[in-house]
Design a protein around this ligand. Sequence first.
Ligand code: ARG
Length: 459
Amino acid sequence: MAKLWGGRFDGKNEAWIDAFGASIPFDQLLAKQDIQGSLAHVKMLIHTGIIDEADGNKIIQGLLAIQEKLAAGELTFSIENEDIHLNIETFLHEEIGPVAGKLHTARSRNDQVATDMHLYLKDVVKEVIDLIAAFRHVLVEQAESNIYTIMPGYTHLQHAQPISFAHHLLAYYSMLTRDQERFTESLTRIDIMPLGSAALAGTTFPIDRAYSAEELGFGSIYSNSLDAVSDRDFILEFLSNAAILMMHLSRFCEELILWCSHEFQFVELTDTFSTGSSIMPQKKNPDMAELIRGKTGRVYGNLFSLLTVMKGLPLAYNKDFQEDKEGMFDTTETIVKSLQIMTGMIQTMQVNHERMKRSTEKDFSNATELADYLAGKGIPFRQAHEIVGKLVSECLSKGIYLQDIPLEEYQAVQPVIEADIYDKLDSYTAVKNRHSYGGTGFDQVKQQIEAAKQSLALA
Ligand code: ARG
């Protein structure tokens, strides 16, 4: 069949050049949305009297037949038909004959493709929001089981101060909450309909855009036709939100990878989320966590790729826009799967409570407790810091820890130190006493969990 736009062309075409221009190998993922958009458009054409009802109904029946074939996996797309829009229109011609040509009245592929992508991303973002909520749920569950699990808190990856493992998990909960908010807020900018902008300037036909928007369930309509067909901000925002989300998942994965190592042994991932080595029989590798960390790179890349595609484009449509799709599809698949894997991995991980607590006992992460103790007894904090620094240095040369220093020695250094210091130096007590709002104290962590549960129940 001749090309649908073939009128002014002499009919000769080269397959390899067609293949370069075609988007059907990837934009076939928009088939459902393309049919949905066409159905709304043809109903609007009937409603406004732009085409008569008999013709319109034939088109509707034809589109519904194609929809069924799509669901049954019976459609074979072709490169000659370039993209999803021309493929579907060609199927329509095959179904109902020349009347199919009326569907494209008052429409262009430019507003059509933009509409398809808005519809597609609306569904994707809703799915992503649900997946993030499910992951947050699991984080809260794990936090609740680990309120009293004591671990070293780190700065510079050095033992800093003891914390509750729940507090650590809830930090990720907070990041994921922001991610979910970002995706939710972005919906208002995805939920806008470009359809009816036609190629770039609108149309002379008496279309009813509000009617189409109602049919498609769009919350609003683009008010400038040039913007409507050339706006890809909503995709960039999705890619950017996805990049931030992946950065969070990647940081978490990095920690899981460390925690699974022989040096840490803080957690163990289940076999499902681990793999072995083909040569070293003892190995249990955190491959899934490593892959999520690795896949973060392609998600960042997709954002940069589209930003770069867009930066020099004059208004309105340019074929460059066709490059917006693969990164969007790839990012969608990557974040959906990464969220599913993360959720399963965290839900099933085994936490090595003893090992975590023990690693806060043979270290100096209680040095701040001693300094705070002195400051609490009226010694200026800077001076207290200096005193404790010297004690740490002496301990290091003797190969002991602060809790091993006998009371007489403490009192020789500072008479204000009493026997209650040893309890203060215990990592459990150090965590328990951090009552400041948002701190790691058990009361604070419990409050965070309560608030999280309420917010999840509301969501
Ligand atoms: N496949 C094209 C794309 O993805 C559809 C729009 C084509 N419009 C055009 N004027 N060539 O952008």
